[in-house]
Design a protein around this ligand. Structure first.
Ligand SMILES: NC(=O)c1ccc[n+]([C@@H]2O[C@H](COP(=O)([O-])OP(=O)(O)OC[C@H]3O[C@@H](n4cnc5c(N)ncnc54)[C@H](O)[C@@H]3O)[C@@H](O)[C@H]2O)c1
Ligand SMILES: O=P(O)(O)OC[C@H](O)CO
Length: 321
């Protein structure tokens, strides 16, 4: 099978971080052409063209300074040149520019190209809310997939561990796109519910603005989480006692019991005990392998496993295999 040519449409903060991953994987796997075109909306940065900076210094000095892009990522200022011949089109531009970009490339891309939108946003069409992937699909007539996750671009570029989800209705494209995107520290799950993945990715940005308001007004963690569908998860992971002791455990090497006494003044943790109870149930049902996070918390709290190895359990999540 001929190697797939990949084009990244966009080169902002997220576009550049993703170019690090895509460039490295394209160079690594024979499934893909080595060269990855990245369309750059041309602008002058410190008196030089941004494309020239990227192609000589391999750094997007404006949108992702301090990170080297792989040399096989080539910045292309002309949109039509960038997309020419591409089998995989990665859309990663602010959503307000999508329509114009699609109108420009319409009729100039492969008809069997696969698109993947990393864009978090929605379009307000005449009939109500419309997904950005639907806008692209309708304008270009190509198969669309999405990739969304809790993925701050700078952290991804720093290669800090995180997870992401590809929403892909076609079973044929899932493995190909996963191979292109996954690394040891950027773990990919592929699901068929692409619309759900995309709408969650878009709507969380509204919640984030509200959360910013709460911080700016010095409200508490409960208040901050009240606007969000996963309220208690957010609260507990930022402001709760289980989180606090978990952090102290990882930093000090003291036992959970010692820390509970030291830091909670008689209050009691629920997390470790719950991990033990859930562990029993999962073990009984032969489901431990499907819940590596729960299993790892149990093993670290009760079986002497090293907290330093916590990430390994997530890297080996069955969904990522
Ligand atoms: N930055 C993140 O951490 C992050 C993470 C996940 C998803 N996203 C999503 O990815 C999408 C792109 O975000 P980003 O962070 O890469 O971009 P960004 O916020 O860095 O946006 C700047 C980009 O827009 C380009 N631009 C400016 N004017 C333009 C025009 N007229 N036409 C086309 N492009 C123009 C700039 O050249 C630059 O590449 C957004 O939907 C965002 O929500 C961002
Ligand atoms: O910096 P934000 O608020 O645009 O969020 C970036 C990513 O979407 C986080 O997953």
């Amino acid at each position: 099978m001929a190697a797939k040519q990949v084009c990244i449409i966009g080169s902002g903060n997220w576009g550049s971080a993703i170019a690090k991953i895509v460039g490295a994987n394209a160079a690594k796997y024979s499934t893909f052409e080595n060269t990855v075109n990245m369309w750059v909306f041309e602008e002058m940065v410190n008196g030089r063209k941004l494309t020239e900076i990227i192609n000589t210094e391999h750094e997007n000095a404006k949108y992702l300074p301090g990170h080297q892009l792989p040399p096989n990522v080539v910045a292309v200022p002309d949109l039509l040149d960038a997309v020419k011949g591409a089998d995989i089109l990665i859309f990663v531009i602010p959503h307000q520019f999508v329509s114009r970009v699609c109108d420009t490339i319409k009729g100039h891309i492969k008809t069997d190209a696969v698109g993947m939108s990393l864009i978090k946003g929605v379009d307000e069409g005449p009939d109500g809310l419309k997904l950005i992937s639907d806008v692209i699909r309708e304008k270009l007539g190509i198969t669309m997939t999405v990739l969304m996750g809790a993925n701050l671009a700078n952290e991804v570029a720093d290669e800090k561990f995180c997870e992401t989800t590809i929403g892909c209705k076609s079973k044929a494209h899932g493995p190909l796109l996963k191979e292109l995107m996954q690394t040891q520290n950027f773990r990919v799950t592929v699901v068929e519910e692409a619309d759900v993945v995309e709408i969650c990715g878009a709507l969380k940005n509204i919640v984030a603005v509200g959360a910013g308001f709460c911080d700016g007004l010095d409200f508490g963690d409960n208040t901050k989480a009240a606007s969000c569908g996963v309220a208690d998860l957010i609260t507990t992971c930022y402001g709760g006692r289980n989180r606090k002791i978990g952090e102290a455990f990882a930093r000090t090497g003291k036992t959970i019991e010692e820390l509970e006494k030291e830091l909670l003044n008689g209050q009691k943790l629920q997390g470790p005990a719950t991990a033990a109870e859930v562990h029993q149930i999962l073990k009984h049902k032969n489901l431990l392998e499907k819940f590596p996070l729960f299993n790892a918390v149990y093993q670290i709290c009760f079986q002497g496993h090293l907290v330093k190895e916590f990430i390994t359990c997530l890297q080996n999540h069955p969904e990522h295999m």
